[in-house]
Design a protein around this ligand. Structure first.
Ligand SMILES: NC(=O)c1ccc[n+]([C@@H]2O[C@H](COP(=O)([O-])OP(=O)(O)OC[C@H]3O[C@@H](n4cnc5c(N)ncnc54)[C@H](OP(=O)(O)O)[C@@H]3O)[C@@H](O)[C@H]2O)c1
Length: 247
């Protein structure tokens, strides 16, 4: 693996779509890629939540309002990317919600369906609709932001755990289907990271003891670059903290 050799000055001018770019991990990914000189289409349910990043990067940030639970909106987004950019180099399926942390027996079924729709069905459709544009890239990359409970499903994590296990399966399937198009597909488990979602899951935890969204970026930045050739891997972001020079 060549992460230590990645020269960040060569990671620029790519067209990247990051879902959930308004906060936490997605925001950190978007800002780093923008800083390096890439074009980022960043989504949130409200453009208002993207105002700060839009003002900071007026030239290369493209805010887009997307409710991942609304399949029509996903179709419109792929039309927009097609018309505006004609290709996509990197798709980062990052947005997600936690849902309830309770037993299956007590899980509210409406909430269950909402979580599966946003965390899994939305990501499936987005990947499917953007595929023709990823194929236009010289080297495409799909990065699915997963979770440890997607790899080892855990009690009381209900729909979130099931949705992330599905995302891991999607990663494996797409990896096999897309190798011939020079598109790599990997999943990244951030590990506990100081964000709003983590606070919702562990309200009493001291977040100053956790890595920040910025700390866990190196593997995601690497997988966005031409240097990365791995596909079908399940990465743990924590293992790569500090792996990039001049970061
Ligand atoms: N933080 C951790 O410890 C941790 C650990 C393992 C995995 N993860 C994964 O990392 C990813 C990012 O999480 P985070 O911790 O950075 O969470 P976060 O700060 O809560 O951010 C979640 C993002 O998803 C967007 N979003 C929420 N609901 C949406 C919907 N219905 N449609 C479209 N976008 C929606 C939010 O945007 P708006 O609210 O502006 O719409 C926001 O930008 C998630 O997939 C999460 O499962 C996080």
């Amino acid at each position: 693996m060549a992460i230590e050799n990645l020269d960040l000055q060569f990671l620029k001018s790519k067209t990247v779509l990051v879902t959930g770019a308004s906060s936490g991990i997605g925001k950190a990914i978007a800002e780093k890629l923008l800083d390096l000189g890439n074009i980022v289409i960043g989504t949130s349910r409200s453009n208002n939540n993207l105002r700060v990043i839009s003002e900071k990067f007026p030239r290369n940030f493209y805010p887009y309002s997307l409710e991942l639970g609304n399949l029509d909106e996903i179709l419109k987004l792929s039309n927009y990317v097609s018309k505006t950019f004609g290709k996509l180099d990197v798709l980062i399926n990052n947005a997600g919600i936690l849902g309830q942390t309770t037993t299956i027996e007590d899980y509210d079924i409406k909430k269950w369906i909402e979580v599966i729709n946003i965390n899994l069905n939305g990501q499936v459709l987005l990947s499917k609709e953007l595929l023709p544009l990823l194929k236009e890239s010289k080297k495409g990359s799909i990065i699915n932001i997963s979770s440890s409970v997607g790899r080892a499903p855990r009690e009381n994590w209900g729909a979130y755990s099931v949705s992330k296990a599905g995302l891991e399966a999607l990663t494996d399937i797409l990896c096999q289907e897309l190798t011939k198009y020079n598109i790599i597909v990997n999943s990244v488990n951030p590990g506990g990271t100081a964000t709003k979602m983590r606070k919702e899951a562990y309200p009493d935890e001291d977040q100053t003891q956790l890595p920040s969204p910025n700390d866990i970026l190196p593997i995601i930045i690497y997988l966005s670059s031409d240097e990365a050739t791995e596909s079908g891997y399940k990465f743990n972001a924590r293992e790569y903290i500090g792996a990039l020079q001049n970061f």
